[in-house]
Design a binder for this molecule. Sequence first.
Ligand SMILES: Nc1nc2c(c(=O)[nH]1)N[C@H]1C(S)=C(S)[C@@H](COP(=O)(O)O)O[C@H]1N2
Ligand SMILES: [Mo]
Length: 433
Amino acid sequence: MNSKPAAPTGQVRPAPEDRRGFLKKSLTLSGGAVAALAGAGVARAQGDPAILKLPAHSTGLGQPVAARGYGMPSEFEKNLQRRESPGLTRAGQSSVAFTPLQGLFGIITPNGLHFERHHQGWWDIDPRQHRLMVHGLVRESRIYNMDDLMRLPSVSRIHFIECGANTGMEWGNVAVPTVQYTHGMLSCCEFTGVPLSKLLEHCGADIKKGRYVLAEGADGSGLTRTIGMDRALDDVIVAWGMNGEFLRPENGYPLRLVVPGVQGVSWVKWLRRLEVGDKPWDTREETLHYIDLMPDGLHRQYSSVQECKSVITTPSGGQVLLNKGQYNVTGLAWSGRGRVRRVDVSFDGGRNWKEARLENPVLTKALTRFNIDWVWNGGPAILQSRAIDDTGYVQPKIAQLRAVRGTRSIYHNNAIQSWLVAANGEVSNVQVE
Ligand SMILES: Nc1nc2c(c(=O)[nH]1)N[C@H]1C(S)=C(S)[C@@H](COP(=O)(O)O)O[C@H]1N2
Ligand SMILES: [Mo]
């Protein structure tokens, strides 16, 4: 197989006369997601040298066990990477690397592909040196080391994390070509840690007077966010585990806050301090940033729940359908308020809708995978998905969102995404009123 270093999926432009060649290359470049696009017409077994000629792996001796103490993806999948959107920020230390949603299956994000967002760079902190202080309106201020924390009763829960700025570049108009950049500030993992409620109880927090908790990170940005006490006592986790292993350094090793349903900025990484208080702190990251500029010129603050949203990940911008016929259309849906109840898919820009299959598990405040069959007739088509959560909230069209929020927002864009499939099979990002 061809293993040339790859261009990003969005830039793949196959020569029309070499469709088989492109199919091979797309397998190499982008893994299973594009392979699925090959659709029908691949049953050409007779005379196929890939079957008739025995390859080395069928006749020789393979690699021994533990050749790699920590396993790595196949050589053929090396194009599936987190990527930085060129020119988004001036310094890589205050930037974003997006998750390649187009190449993932199911609902769990592999740890090495979890998106990254840092305000002042990431650190690999020695867990023996790390401390968490809990103080303020508590009976007893305490300082925990990692061993202390891991002796407390822990839970493991699957939740999505989405940066409030996800899809933010698309407020004014179409801005970026692929689902990696439109929706890739989104990941979903199983997190393990001690419920914040247990820690607060352990310190004797005054939950009558202390209506708020402040969380602070140990990185240079000293990132701080206020969390309401009701939420703090509900499902927030002080977490060290991520998909069965310790958090990755980029994602807050050795300790981060998990605030299910709430925008990423509240998921404080390298968590070092929790303070119980009687009013919101109104820190920089909740008064100047992560706020919504409304059409009347006022800023909306503390709009931290990520509303119901969905996106088709295959086919999506930058991918190419090789020929007409049968396809599996797949995507992700989620809601910061609970479970996804239903996802509808349109193939004609929102005129007609069909209900998609939700794959198990369908968990609260987690990504939900949906699938739906589609027979492409070879003509232009506009694909959309629309999610409804168990509160009955329906994901809005971009025009509905703009009618309320105006066009100058950055954060909290949960609009329906449209992908245009052109007659030549190329898929691109479009906006439909
Ligand atoms: N200490 C600290 N915590 C932080 C940040 C940070 O820069 N420093 N970034 C926040 C933002 S804006 C987001 S979206 C999430 C991103 O988490 P991730 O890098 O694990 O994807 O972490 C949040 N927690
Ligand atoms: Mo964020």
